[in-house]
Design a protein around this ligand. Structure first.
Ligand code: MF3
Ligand code: CO
Length: 248
């Protein structure tokens, strides 16, 4: 089931998602070699409270933190801890809040200090894949047009897209229908309608698309230990086309 949101609900979701985007911006500015992923989590939690919001991930299926920090070959759901970021790392920050009854969800991947040329390219391509997905999220297109836009672009650039994790509808719940795979043929699935609010989140790998789960039960890593990047925006489909809700 895909619930359509009213303009009033979309205004509230713009606020919850703006909070997420502002926090991600602060975390990005704080990232430097030597900082621990736990310090970033603590910052995220403090900023969430400061803004009158509630962490969305903490306690979700037992997830233990406010923030997900997934470093290098980690794809998603990295649990913050004592690990120190190092020059050359890629750190994916995934963050969600609940505010006035509605969820916000977004992710960015940040280079730690200077990173090599291929890593930089992976970031650019993953961000561009998300932008291309957003561009086709218009009323009258179909759900898998989003999936196809991501896969065709990322694979055309020589990278692979993760299959095990998908984008999703979002609203009064963090995860609502539909599931939005980051791969597949175009022109399939439900038609996109004004009022849909979707979290689009391509995860792109340098090597194989295959993933494995670490023994902590949360952290997904690439099966070949190649680098992975993740960008996520929550968008609303409006009569004027896609509107990015998760921006500062
Ligand atoms: N953005 C991710 C998602 O939509 C983060 C979820 S972390 C979890 O699935 F802890 F909430 F699962
Ligand atoms: Co999400």
């Amino acid at each position: 089931m895909i619930t359509l949101k009213s303009p009033r609900e979309i205004e509230i979701m713009r606020e919850s998602n703006r909070i997420v985007a502002q926090i991600l911006t602060s975390l990005k500015d704080a990232i430097r070699p030597g900082i621990t992923t736990k310090e970033l989590d603590r910052m995220a939690e403090e900023l969430t409270k400061e803004k009158g919001a509630v962490p969305a991930f903490k306690g979700y299926s037992g997830y233990p933190a406010t923030l997900c920090v997934s470093v290098n070959e980690e794809i998603v759901h990295g649990i913050p801890g004592p690990r120190r970021l190092r020059e050359g790392d890629l750190a994916s920050l995934d963050m969600g809040v609940k505010y006035r009854g509605y969820y916000g969800d977004a992710a960015i991947t940040v280079p730690v200090g200077r990173v090599n040329q291929k890593a930089k390219r992976l970031l650019e391509v993953t961000k561009e894949a998300l932008d291309r997905a957003i561009a086709v999220a218009t009323p009258g297109n179909r759900l898998s047009d989003i999936s196809s836009a991501i896969q065709s672009y990322a694979e055309g650039e020589g990278f692979s897209v993760v299959r095990e994790f998908v984008g999703h509808g979002i609203g009064k719940r963090l995860h609502e229908g539909p599931q939005i795979p980051n791969y597949g043929p175009p022109h399939r699935g439900p038609f996109l309608k004004v009022g849909m609010v979707l979290a689009l989140e391509p995860m792109v790998n340098m090597g194989t698309w295959k993933a494995e789960l670490l023994p902590d039960g949360w952290t997904a890593v690439t099966a070949d230990s190649s680098l992975s990047a993740h960008f996520e925006n929550t968008i609303a489909i409006t009569t004027n086309g896609p509107l990015i809700l998760s921006q500062p």
